[in-house]
Design a protein around this ligand. Structure first.
Ligand code: FES
Length: 97
């Protein structure tokens, strides 16, 4: 299975709804060694429901995401993302600051 990828739309409508803060919240939680590819992407075609987040390869959508909901999203998918709420990775190492 391809590695997990989180797409966070950064196109105009989503940015007007706070997508930059959503992307920043994912960046700060995941760290660089998470094994998750985090992409601030172009329009995902759900402009009326921004900020929009799409988890691949499962194709799980989140709409109207608030930055405060980012930990809940990561926790819900911690198995797919090899990510743990305490900041450690699946191999037990801690993510870099
Ligand atoms: S602007 Fe974000 S889905 Fe279109």
């Amino acid at each position: 299975m391809p590695p997990p990828t989180l797409l966070v739309c950064q196109n105009t409508a989503c940015r007007r709804s706070g997508a930059a803060k959503v992307l920043a919240a994912f960046e700060s939680r995941l760290g660089e060694a998470s094994g998750v590819t985090l992409i601030g992407c172009r329009c995902l075609g759900q402009c009326g429901n921004g900020p929009v987040v799409l988890l691949l390869p499962e194709q799980i959508w989140y709409r109207q995401v608030h930055p405060d909901e980012v930990p809940m999203i990561l926790q819900r998918h911690s198995c797919q993302l090899s990510w743990h709420p305490d900041g450690s990775l699946e191999d037990g190492s801690l993510k870099p600051e």
